[in-house]
Every structure is written in C-alpha cells, then in structure tokens.
Design a protein around this ligand. Structure first.
Ligand code: ATP
Ligand code: MG
Length: 561
C-alpha cells in the first residue's frame, strides 16, 4: 500500500507547505478520532484512509483516538467494533487513546482558565442561555453570572465535579465574546453535569467536557500536528484555536485543524445515529446486516478491504460535500472479485431439463476452469447427468432473434458441458412451463477438441445436475432506501424511504463443490453475480449473500455524463 506515487490531495499540499516552511517531518502525527456511539460506516472509511494514508506517505504515527465524552451514547461494544473494522481495513494505529484518558488534565486546565478569568459557571437553564445567544446578525447578551468571582466559580465548579448538583443546574462556560460574529465564540459550554456511568471511567466523573473543549486539547496532548475533520467543523476552528491558545507552550507542536468534505453515498444514510435507528427499529438484523453501509455490513456482504480502500482512493478528498453514487462502490468490489473469485455454477430459479438421449443412470464429472482471469486458479470437476436445472428465464417456447438462450428447436451450449437442443416442453394446468425436453450432441463436449466441440452456438447457459445439486439459502439484496438521498427530503423522515423489498430469501441449487465452502468465501455464480458465504452458514445449511451483480451500472452512468 505505498502512497508515495499518488498525486497529492489538497490536505497533503497544506502539509507540504508546512514542511517547506520549516515544520519538521519528524513531528508529523495524525489521528483518527471516532466517537464510540455506533459502528463505522463507509463515510468513516474515507477519513480512515485519509489519516492512515498520510501516516504511510509520511511514515508518521497515527493514533486511534476514541472521542468518548458522552457516556449517554457510548459503549464498549462500539469501541471493540471500531478496532476490529480499522484493523480489517488493513491499518495499524500507533497507540490507542481515549479522550477520557485526559479528563483529569482537561479538568486541571479548566480550573486554570477559571483562575485566569476565562471561564465561569453559568447557573441559567439551557433555554435562558439559548435566548441570549443572539443570531448571526445580532450580538448575544451576557449572562448575569458572567462576572462571578474566581473564588465563587472555583467553588461551584468543584461542587459540580463532586456531584453536588443535578443535571442542568450549572455549566462551565468559556468567557470569550458574546458579540463575536462566530456564534460558537459566544461563551461556549465547556462542561455539563451528567450523572451517567462512563464505559471506561465508570462513576469517577459526573461532569463531562464538551467536544470543542476536548478535541483540540486531546490533539495537543497527543502532539497531533494536523487534525483533519469534516467541514461542519470549519466554524469551530476559531474556537479550537482559542482553546489551544490558553494552554500551548512554545516548545511543543501546536495542532492545526483543517477540514475536508463529508462523503455521502447514494441510497443509504451515513450517520451512526440514523443507522442506530435502523438497528433499533429492526429494519435490519443488526449493525452488520449486509444491507448496511457499515464497514462490518459491507464485510459480511462480501466486500473486500481492498475494494473499500480503492473506493476511498478513487473518490479522493474533496472541499465540498457531495453524494457519491453507490454504483461506484459496486464497481470497485466487482473489479476486485473478478480477479479473485472462483467461478461456480448455481441455479436460483430452477427449471427442470431432461436430456432424453442421455443414458439413464449415467453421470460424468466434467472439467471446469476455476477462474479465466487467473491461470493459477486451476480447475475442478462438475457432475453432469440426464436431469439438470437451468434458470427459468433462460428458456422460452418462442422468442425473437435477440434471445440467445434456449428456445424450442434451437441450440445452446451448457457451460463446461454439451450443446443441447430444446425439443418440447411440458406445462402445468395453469400453463406454466415445468419441464423442457432436450437432446444433446454427445460429440460436443467442451474441451474435447472435436469438430463438434468447437461448433459455435450463440448462447451459453449455466446449469446444475439435479441429483448432485446442494440446496442453499440465498439472500438477495436491493437498495436499503428507495431514493438517492433519503435524509435530505424536506418534511420527510429518512425512515419514510426504507425499501420494503430490500431483502429476498430464496433457495438456490448449487454445484456440489460448494459443500465445503467456509464462512466468508467468495465466489462468482456464473452469469448471476458475486456471492459470499454468510456468517449464519453452517455445515448443515449453507447461506449465501449476493454481494453484487455482474452488470456494471457505473460504466453506464459515466457514459451518460
Ligand atoms: P456520525 O454522524 O456518523 O456519527 P461523526 O462525524 O459524528 O459521524 P465520528 O465518530 O465523530 O462520527 O467520526 C470520526 C471521524 O470520521 C471524524 O473525523 C469525522 O469527521 C469522520 N467522518 C464521519 N463521517 C464521515 C463521512 N461521511 N465522510 C468523511 N468523513 C467522515
Ligand atoms: Mg458524532
């Protein structure tokens, strides 16, 4: 994963500029700072690839920092899942850190700010404070508690820390400027009282620091040189700098916040809060449901880390928010699986075909190439017999010239096997075709080298021998949402756009070589798409997920543009 030969993105240009201006290369340091309030999603993958990519490019350490300042929403389960996902994506952090490791230091600095007259305890309700905030065009109003004495502030803040107040009674605010044109500078809250156990510090604290107060100081403690976050924090930069100004010493690295655009993916939502709702309301079976845009969902769906990294690389880093079409992600996984996934045959919507001139009771094990894209992949044997399944849609009694599959009186090749010709078919009382009778050309066996085997016929079909086929549960997925951008519709909730048909469970009939398939194995069902063995699979009952179809809708979108 060398990053050295990739063109520079705009953040790398900023770093290069800093290096030119004398910043020491040895002082470069980055972090990826998730809040453990949910599982990582494809949006996070961009941030992970960016930060760890910088680590690789500059041979600099990258910390994994859990931004765990809100015990109401954070859990150990999420910490574990995040570590698993970052590792699975192929990255190694330098050290594992927690904002909660710094609670004492942050508290000491807050006390220092109080002593400097730069922070005060406000005893108003949140509604009162909101009313004084003003608007971008109107200055705010100073709190009546703004000029409390240092002694009183220290005493109140200590009591807050000691758990003597209920939630909402007091907050600690930075004393900055109620007339600032940046609303965030109007005496932002630094601490609130929360009587909640924290997944790491337990009940040690009943005041918790706010994001703005925590983030920059944590960067400083870790000596992160470039703190990269998404655009919604652009306005926070002034505050980030103000908080740093209060504590930095000259001889240390002063972290620099820079922003890049969030990545949104079409037909889904990339927000832990919204994804949590899908889990809570059982729209999906869990955070790792293969329909979820979470890293663990994509993994279970059959995406490889390479394809996710390639996706993040391809979309790159942008300065403006935009929506990326999910077909680009699908293109990446297809591209990867095309190279590595063995080809197998499976029929998902079976129609029985009887080969009338094939000897009763006979079977043959035919050579089948595992992957035409990979010479080293070798070959396997597939059984052939008198009764086979083909896909229902591959047969028609009559069809026009463009239908290259099986129709009465015409020939097709069975993949890895013989040329067959449809002679007649049988229907049930409702007129549905339930069986096709064919004859085969015994000399046409694939790879036999005979003149007949080289004969060109228009269509090639996949099939399975009925008596050898193994049954498996196959889960087919569609988009989780029916619209491109479910969370940007006015007056509508994203939940209104959940696709009720995003999962279809069917029985597939597969060639027997798949009996040995293990959880996570990836294959191409020829002509159908890429599939992988789901974590629900057992040796008694195989379960496959459809990862992605074979058809490339991304190429079509690009052609249109
Ligand atoms: P969410 O709303 O899903 O909880 P978040 O930004 O609150 O997202 P964090 O855990 O704080 O989630 O994110 C960790 C890092 O990942 C942050 O630096 C954040 O900016 C970045 N990140 C989160 N979502 C995206 C996204 N869609 N695209 C790019 N980066 C993202
Ligand atoms: Mg968040």
């Amino acid at each position: 994963m060398s990053n050295a030969d990739k063109p520079l993105n705009f953040l790398e240009h900023i770093i290069e500029e800093d290096l030119k201006n004398g910043f020491s290369r040895d002082d470069l340091r980055f972090r990826f700072p998730p809040e453990p309030n949910g599982y990582l999603h494809i949006g996070h993958a961009s941030s992970i690839c960016l930060n760890f990519g910088l680590g690789l490019r500059y041979d600099a350490p990258v910390n994994l920092r859990f931004d765990d300042t809100n015990p109401a929403k954070e859990e150990q389960e999420f910490v574990d899942a995040i570590k698993r996902d970052v590792t699975w994506l192929g990255y190694q952090w330098n050290t594992e850190r927690y904002a909660s490791d710094y609670f004492q230091q942050l508290y000491d600095w807050a006390v220092f700010l109080i002593k400097e007259g730069k922070a005060y305890v406000d005893s108003q309700s949140s509604d009162e404070m909101a009313m004084q905030k003003g608007s971008p065009t109107e200055p705010g109003i100073e709190s009546p508690f703004r000029n409390r004495s240092v002694e009183e502030n220290l005493q109140l803040f200590t009591s807050m820390k000691n758990g003597e107040f209920e939630e909402g009674k007091h907050v600690l605010r930075a004393k900055i400027d109620m007339t600032s044109s940046n609303m965030l500078m109007r005496d932002p809250i630094m601490y609130r009282v929360l009587h909640k156990a924290h997944h790491r510090t337990n009940t040690d604290w009943c005041i918790y620091p706010m994001y703005d107060w925590t983030h920059g100081e944590s960067d400083y403690i870790e000596q992160v040189s470039h703190s990269l976050c998404t655009l919604e924090f652009a306005m926070h930069r002034e505050l980030y700098d103000w908080f740093l100004d209060q504590v930095v010493s000259q001889d240390k690295v002063r972290p620099k916040q820079r922003e890049f655009a969030r990545r949104n993916l079409s037909h889904t939502v990339v927000s832990k809060r919204k994804l949590a709702k899908l889990v809570e309301e059982k729209v999906v079976i869990g955070w790792d449901d293969p329909r979820m845009p979470t890293i663990s969902g994509l993994k279970r769906r059959g995406y490889s880390p390479e394809s996710i990294r390639n996706f993040a690389d391809t979309i790159g880093i942008a300065k403006r928010d935009n929506l990326i079409d999910v077909s680009l992600l699908e293109f990446q996984v297809r591209d990867h699986l095309n190279k590595v996934a063995p080809r197998v045959m499976g029929v998902l919507d079976p129609l029985k075909v009887v080969i009338t001139n094939y000897p009763e009771g006979e079977e043959e094990w035919l050579d089948a190439e595992n992957n035409p894209e990979d010479e080293t992949a070798g070959s396997r044997k597939v059984p052939f017999s008198k009764e086979i399944y083909i896909e229902k849609e591959d047969f028609r009694e009559e069809a026009n010239k463009k239908f290259f599959r099986l129709k009465l009186g015409k020939e097709v090749r069975l993949k890895n096997a013989y040329i067959i010709k449809a002679e007649s078919c049988t229907k049930d009382t409702d007129g549905n075709i339930i069986e096709v009778q064919c004859t085969y050309d015994p000399k046409s066996k694939s790879g036999s080298g005979t003149e007949e085997s080289l004969r060109k016929v228009k269509g090639t079909l996949h099939w399975v021998s009925i008596k050898h086929a193994i049954e498996a549960e196959v889960r087919l997925y569609d988009r989780l949402f029916t619209v491109e951008s479910p969370d940007t519709h006015k007056d509508k909730d994203f939940m209104d756009f959940v696709n009720p048909d995003s999962l279809e469970v069917i029985t597939g009939y597969l060639e027997p070589s798949l009996q040995e398939a293990k959880i996570g194995d990836q294959v191409q069902f020829q002509r159908l798409g890429y599939f992988c063995v789901d974590t629900d699979s057992t040796s008694e009952k195989l379960v496959f997920n459809k990862t992605v179809g074979l058809r490339d809708s991304w190429a079509k979108i690009q052609q249109k543009n």
